[in-house]
Design a protein around this ligand. Structure first.
Ligand code: HEM
Length: 408
């Protein structure tokens, strides 16, 4: 998987890099561990040790959207649209630093209490059962459309109690956020279109929040509305943004874990057979699948003071991409990183980040993926990949598949 071929180390969105970014990462890790990428106007770190240290470095800011830029000049309507889009990153905890980050995270974490997760476990298993039963009647299974997309979406819609009529707004908004993460050079009109999709979602969510204020329910949105810490509650704009970003984080990423993970099992039949024989390995299997082909390949930070690393000084006010997928394939941490080993015990992968911004939904994502893989293996003993050439989504940051068709 990681043979060195002639590859443009800056072009993370070339068909070759989208198909297999690990070859490109290997070259960066070995030759240019602190690399300036002119196409993305930012720096990239790829070694496990550096990525892990950067995630814990308090002098690096998570408010990267302030300094985020594209590799080309924008016209004024694009700049206005970009300003609007950036509020989704600057007003959400993932793009904030302490103390604002701590406050929003503590308020949101109340809505992710272990008791909520315990309650939802059976519902997750029920959703998986009904999705697979529906697919069986068709005679084939398309993992992405039949399971990986609808499962996390149904779970997060249920957690926030989004009514059926709101689902299309929410889906469009969430895809727009995902799209933003993957663009390097926006097409004419792309940023303006994205901003208008977000605007429609905001109007819908404001109405829903008002309704929930009048009539709170037993759901995460009501919990967020009433969550209070030291006399502080979340404001309306903040609630809209948290809600949008939770809906995005809740389904785009877990979708990719289920589809990338299923593909990895197909491509490693010995590991698939092992998991069939020893289903008790599921917990460590999910961790290894997260490491092997991470759904989130990069996260961003920006320098607040000059940062010197491996003899290179990154000036203040620059953006840095932390290569989670690259760190997960660093041989210095994970021996034979290109091998899928479901029993691997080499330590923590970086797929959920690390430090103060560690993924708040990690337990939920693990639960959903575990339920999905368990049911797939138990109910489809002869599941086979129907096409070898799988198509990747055109997004380097959120790595996933367009389609994964199987027969059973
Ligand atoms: C396989 C699925 C998932 C992956 C790979 C993933 C990955 C990540 C990563 C890498 C971060 C850290 C970002 C940073 O350091 O800048 C993060 C943060 C976060 N994730 Fe996830 N995530 C997943 C699922 C979820 C789910 C299901 C939810 C919620 C429903 C969620 C909610 C969050 C939140 C709220 C944060 C921000 C935490 C903070 O800034 O303090 N994630 N996620």
């Amino acid at each position: 998987m990681e043979q060195l071929i002639s590859i443009d180390i800056n072009n993370l969105v070339s068909p070759a890099a989208l198909n297999n970014p690990y070859a490109l990462y290997a070259e960066l890790r070995e030759q240019h561990p602190v690399h300036y990428n002119p196409m993305f106007a930012c720096w990239m770190l790829t070694r496990y040790e550096d990525v892990s240290a950067a995630l814990q470095n308090k002098s690096l800011s998570s408010n990267w959207s302030e300094t985020y830029a594209f590799g080309r000049e924008l016209i004024s309507s694009e700049m206005e649209a970009l300003r609007h889009i950036k509020t989704y990153f600057s007003l959400w905890m993932q793009g904030m630093d302490a103390p604002d980050h701590t406050r929003q995270r503590n308020l949101s974490a109340k809505a992710f209490a272990p008791s909520t997760l315990k309650r939802i476990r059976h519902e997750i298993e029920g959703i998986v059962q009904s999705l697979l039963a529906k697919a069986k009647t068709k005679g084939y299974l398309e993992i992405v459309a039949d399971l990986a997309v609808p499962l996390p979406a149904a779970v997060i819609f249920k957690l926030l109690s989004i009514p059926a009529e709101g689902e299309s707004y929410v889906r469009a908004t969430s895809h727009t956020i995902a799209e933003f993460f993957g663009i390097m050079n926006p097409a004419p009109g792309q940023l303006e279109r994205m901003s208008s999709v977000l605007q429609q979602g905001e109007e819908y969510l404001k109405g829903l929040i008002q309704e929930r204020r009048r009539k709170p329910g037993d759901d995460l949105l009501s919990a967020l509305i009433t969550a209070e810490e030291n006399g502080q509650v979340l404001g309306e704009n903040e609630l809209v943004i948290i809600c949008t970003m939770l809906l995005f984080a809740g389904h785009e990423t877990t979708t990719n874990l289920i589809s990338n993970g299923t593909l990895a099992l197909f491509r490693n039949p010995d590991q698939l057979a092992l998991l069939r024989q020893q289903p008790q390995l599921m917990e460590s299997a999910v961790e290894e699948l997260l490491r092997y082909d991470s759904p989130v390949q990069v996260v961003y930070r920006s320098t607040t003071t000059p940062l010197t690393l491996r003899g290179v000084t990154i000036p203040a006010g620059q953006n840095i991409m932390l290569g989670l997928g690259a760190a997960n394939h660093d041989g210095a941490k994970f021996p034979e990183p290109a091998q899928l080993k479901l029993t691997r015990q080499d330590g923590r992968h970086m797929s959920f980040g690390y430090g103060p911004h560690f993924c708040l939904g990690a337990a939920l994502a693990r639960m959903e993926a575990g339920a999905a893989f368990t049911a797939l293996l138990a109910q489809f003993p002869n599941l086979t990949l129907a096409e070898e050439n799988v198509q990747r989504r055109p997004n380097f940051a959120l790595r996933g598949l367009e389609r994964l068709r199987c027969t059973f």
